[in-house]
Each structure stands twice: as C-alpha cells, then as structure tokens.
Design a protein. Structure first.
Length: 254
C-alpha cells in the first residue's frame, strides 16, 4: 500500500491520521512525501498502529515527510505504535526547530529490528531520530545518520539520535552510528548522540560510533560529548562507544 501523493494537512497527519479507537495495519507499505504545518507529517496517532516492513519517509535525503514535530510519525499520549522491520528515514523538519523528526512519541512505542536514519533538523533540534516523552522499548534497531545543524541558532540542542524525557525507555541491542549535533552558532549542546533525563532509562547491549558534536569554546556549553545522562537512575551496560569526535565543556554525561 502506498500513502504517497504529496498530501498536505494544516494541523496534523499529513499522510495518515488515526483517530481514537481506530487501528491501522500497514504491511510492506510506504508513507512518504507528505507535509503538515502541525504534527505528524507522515502518520499521526491518537489510536493504534501496527507497522511491518513499512517505510515512513523516502529513499534519499529530504525526500521523506515534513513537519517540525514528528515529521515521520507523531504518537499522542493515547496512541500506541508497534513497528517491526520498518524504515523511518530521510524525514525533515523544514525551516523550524525540529523534535522527533523520525518519531515523536508521547504514548506507547515498541520498535523491533528496524532502522531510524537520515532524519534532519536543519534549524536546531532535539532527538531527531527519536524523541520520547512517553514509554518506549526498542530492540535490534539502528539509529544512524540523524543530524542537527544550524549556523545561527541560539538555543539548546540535545541528542541527535535520541532524546528521552519520558516515563521510561528501554533499549536492547540498539546501535547508533554517524549521528551529529554540529551546531556552529551559539548553543548549548547536551549529548551529541543521546540525551536521557529519565530515571527509568536503561540501555543493554549495542554501540555508539562515529558521532560528532560542536566544538567546546565555539559553543556556549557542551555537556556529555556523546551521551548526556541527567538522572542517577539511568543504566547503560554492554554498550561500546568508539570512533567518536565529541567535546565537552560541562560536567555531566559521557
């Protein structure tokens, strides 16, 4: 099934809007090239969605869905998303501060054996691959090549791959490669790849590699070159961090 006709919505759900009590089953489908001036450029969830073998985005840079928040997928507080063997790629925030450009989750999120990559916030942002302010579980999934850039922004930039300030987040065998939060303006960079301010954040197995952020001194403040942990309850075990180009001027994080 193809949800790709350069659809546009003024509020939410440029491609698909799933209302409360409704369910979406999308198998081997594509949700791409949709636009909203609100949230959820590709998919906006108030209800429930089950995705398998589905692409939310596009094949090349900038060819996916567009929205400042949840350009690929936006899941509200009542929404539930389960994704297996899916690709959430090349979505972009457009001329705005971007949050959760791949996925923005306020509800319940479960992702298995999927790829979230190549999503871009070109005017500053946070959690460009995934922003979680609900509950999230990821297993066997990669978040690669997500990026935050801007030359003049004065703001906070946090976690190019993952931003977690939710109820809980659990990662199992999750890999992050080539994510960058390289802002050239005056900004506070918190965690080049991951920002976690959730006392129920747990990451078991995986890697962070080839990550970059800004230059300490060129930016106001950099805390946590690759990973920023804001809570003493966070757990990271069996995760290899290598091949990174990160600097830190602050005292928290990794």
């Amino acid at each position: 099934m193809l949800f790709r006709s350069e659809n546009e919505a003024s509020a939410a759900g440029g491609g698909v809007f799933v209302n409360a009590g409704a369910q979406l089953f999308a198998y081997n489908s594509t949700i791409g090239a949709n636009l909203t001036n609100g949230q959820g450029g590709g998919l906006y969830l108030v209800g429930t969605a089950h995705l398998s073998g589905t692409t939310v985005g596009g094949p090349t840079a900038g060819s996916g869905n567009e929205a400042s928040t949840g350009a690929g997928i936006f899941t509200t507080g009542t929404g539930t998303l389960t994704a297996s063997k899916c690709t959430i790629s090349n979505n972009f925030a457009g001329p705005a501060y971007g949050a959760g450009v791949g996925i923005f989750n306020e509800g319940e999120l479960r992702v298995f054996n999927s790829a979230i990559g190549g999503n871009v916030a070109s005017h500053g942002g946070e959690g460009v691959g995934l922003t979680n302010v609900g509950t999230a579980y990821l297993s066997g999934t990669s978040l690669d090549g997500n990026s935050i850039t801007e030359s003049t922004i004065t703001s906070v930039v946090a976690g190019a791959a993952i931003y977690d300030a939710g109820t809980s987040m659990s990662l199992k065998n999750v890999s992050l490669d080539g994510n960058s939060a390289s802002v050239l303006g005056v900004a506070n960079i918190l965690g080049g790849a991951v920002f976690a301010n959730d006392r129920h954040f747990a990451w078991h197995g995986g890697k962070i590699s080839n990550t970059s952020n800004g230059v300490a001194g060129a930016n106001d403040y950099i805390a946590g070159g690759a990973v920023y942990l804001g809570s003493s309850g966070s757990v990271i075990q069996g995760v290899v961090i290598s091949g990174t180009s990160n600097e830190a001027s602050g005292s928290q994080g990794i």
